[in-house]
Design a protein around this ligand. Sequence first.
Ligand code: DC
Length: 226
Amino acid sequence: MSYQIAIDGPAGAGKSTIAKEIAKKLGFIYVDTGAMYRAMALYLLRKGIPADDPVKISAASREADITIAYKDGIQQVLLDKENVTAFLRTEEVGNMASVSSANPDVRKKLVELQQELASRENVVMDGRDIGTCVLPKADVKIYLTASTACRAKRRYDELTAKGEACDLKVIEADIEKRDHQDMTREHSPLRQAEDAVLLDSSNLTIQEVTEKILALVKIRKDNSWK
Ligand code: DC
């Protein structure tokens, strides 16, 4: 058995930054499941499949070949053998991913891939349904959140630093819409697992959140650690 750390939460709560940091500190692999849903969304966008056509999305999801590789310890997502990692973090792909990830066929395919990765290696995996569906027996489960205003401001700062023009109000509205979609969908909606520890990062630094999670891991370290 491998050791599993599950981190779920809404967009912009800091999951990937924290998960990467923890994985580095513990020597685990970091699995970014959002990137897999984004790769599927990219496939759908490239094929011109509309977000409101579940039959076509189901059929396309069976055709798309999505695999994961690691380069210098960093996750790379391959779509039909092409490394598409650099194309995944756009608003267009994120919005499509939020819609297409509600499709049960998309979820089934990607959850199998995620479970297979976690069965082989010690992992820190982040997403929306890791503690509730993908790794229900994870050793440590975290539900990481932050206020909407705080998450929007972080996203705004991130885009502004990259030199991209953006509007804080538009970003906030987008985050609210995505939260609503992710939390109210029928299949594997975003919610805190009963045995997950709630962490609100609104007033905490990356280092403080990381330390809190590492302290929990220390307490729960057991024989599954290899
Ligand atoms: O974390 P992210 O923004 O990269 O995720 C993109 C979308 O993928 C998000 O809106 C919801 C979906 N997603 C999901 O449904 N389940 C996951 N485990 C991870 C992401």
